[in-house]
Ligand binder design. Structure first.
Ligand code: NAD
Length: 433
């Protein structure tokens, strides 16, 4: 099949490469010429396991290519995936859908004959119906939300745990085309849910809201543990043994971040508000508030360790990416804490195995150092805020030689606290008194 992917960021570049891997001929489109050039050279403009290999293989074989031209895309094939960004509107909670409406309008203006537009971007429920009004005769709209996880994106795209296909009334051609496109995935037994536009849109919003709620739930329990002397990690383990609850996504700590969960939760809340779903609005608002409060809690622990003032203190932060195995720093909790500590007067040094270049560009006020041990030089407090596995393997005795004061705040609770204490460190964490 010949298909296009419009918007080649984290989602789109991965989707394009994986569609080529499934055997399709793929044209990726992006408005950013630098991204197009990097992708055409067979590399990803960001770090994602296994993606460079797929891009190199399929750009070399000629099955995958990238362009900046929507007109070229319209002429290339009859199935067009759309994965442009849907960020949070500046100064508001709601989504900014400008990129999505622009991309689809541009495409529709060039399409001659029949085409299927399958949107993968995450949106507030009701967007598909509005978008359909902008499409001309012969163009069918399908909703195909994406559930991939950054750091596991290739695997999640090739072997998703479910496919959701949403159609408007009379979307039978769109269903045939998408079933053909995903034939290998569907034939592998992947649960495939065919539904209407609104349910498909909501499927993604609700999934992200549930994941965020699970994290904020255990972090709310962490607050109670801190006040009562209980241990939230043991508590999470006990809860996780209940098959109805499960261990996954129950990691207490600094909370979630990234380019999706925070803005999707807020955009969903704003939409629930418009729809008058007051209880949902209240629930989603609390989930967000608990998450933000964890960041402030880490800042207050550091302040406490520094005797009440951060003026002139040296703080080292291990981690910049919003989670391990990615270089994505969008709404990264580690950087939010680092920036706040800097605002309060500290000199903050940050390190990260993958995200340091992005952190340096986005936050020039932070000192960026490659080596985690060198980054700790002279620190009054060391913060462990992104749980890269390599940080767990560093010998705390070696780091102790470098710091000014041997105090570590483990915002992710994954360092071996016993080992650090044995090496002479004061260990502070979340969810424990
Ligand atoms: P991103 O910012 O990395 O990528 C968006 C891309 O769209 C950019 O490269 C941008 O240049 C391009 N673009 C914008 N307007 C365009 C236009 N008119 N024509 C062509 N290209 C255009 O964002 P992302 O993380 O890939 O997310 C994209 C969408 O997918 C969002 O709605 C997001 O919520 C959703 N999503 C993302 C993930 C993820 O893990 N990143 C997972 C599931 C869903």
């Amino acid at each position: 099949m010949k298909l296009t992917v419009i918007g080649c960021g984290y989602l789109g570049a991965t989707h394009a490469a994986c569609m080529a891997e499934l055997g399709h001929e793929v044209l990726g489109v992006d408005a950013d010429p630098d991204k197009v050039a990097v992708l055409n050279s067979g590399r990803a403009p960001f770090f994602e396991h296994g993606l460079d290999e797929l891009l190199a293989r399929h750009t070399a074989s000629g099955r995958l290519r990238f362009t900046g031209s929507v007109a070229e895309a319209a002429a290339f094939g009859d199935l067009h995936f759309v994965g442009v960004g849907t960020p949070q509107r500046a100064g508001e909670q709601a989504y900014d859908l400008t990129h999505l409406f622009t991309a689809v309008r541009q495409l529709a203006s060039h399409v001659r004959g029949k085409a299927v537009v399958a949107v993968k971007s995450t949106v507030p429920v009701g967007t598909a119906a509005r978008l359909a009004e902008t499409l001309g005769e012969g163009v069918e709209l399908a909703w195909n939300p994406e559930f991939l996880r950054e750091s596991n994106a290739v695997e999640d795209s090739l072997r998703p745990d479910r496919l959701v296909l949403g159609f408007g009334s009379g979307g039978s051609r769109a269903e045939t085309v998408l079933r053909q496109c995903y034939a290998k995935i569907i034939d592998a037994g992947t649960p495939t849910i065919v539904t209407d536009w609104a349910t498909a849109e909501l499927a993604k919003s609700a999934a992200n809201a549930f994941l965020a709620t699970k994290i904020s739930f255990i972090n709310a329990m962490a607050e109670i543990c801190e006040a009562s002397g209980a241990d939230v990690r043991q508590l999470a383990d006990v809860l996780g043994h209940d098959a109805r609850i499960g261990h996954r996504g129950m990691a207490p700590g600094l909370g979630y971040g990234g380019g999706c969960l925070p803005k999707d939760l807020r955009g969903f809340r704003a939409r629930a508000d418009e729809l008058g779903a007051d209880r949902a609005v209240a629930l989603l608002g609390e989930v967000d508030a608990v998450n933000q409060a964890r960041r402030e809690r880490v800042v207050s622990l550091v302040r406490e360790e520094c005797g009440g003032s951060l003026e002139g203190r040296r703080i080292t932060v291990w981690g910049a990416a919003f989670k391990p195995d990615t270089d994505d720093i969008r709404d990264a909790p580690a950087l939010a804490v680092a920036r706040r500590l800097h605002e309060l007067g500290a000199t903050v040094t940050v390190t990260d195995p993958q995200a340091l270049d992005k952190a340096r560009k986005a936050h020039p006020q932070l000192v960026c150092v490659d080596s985690p041990v060198e980054a700790a030089e002279g620190a009054d407090v060391l913060l462990h805020l992104t749980e890269w596995p390599e940080y767990g393997r560093i010998d705390p005795r070696v780091v102790r030689e470098r710091v000014g004061r041997a105090c570590v705040v483990d915002g992710r609770g994954t360092l071996d606290a016993g080992r650090w204490r044995e090496a002479g460190w004061t260990v502070r964490g979340l969810g424990r008194r």
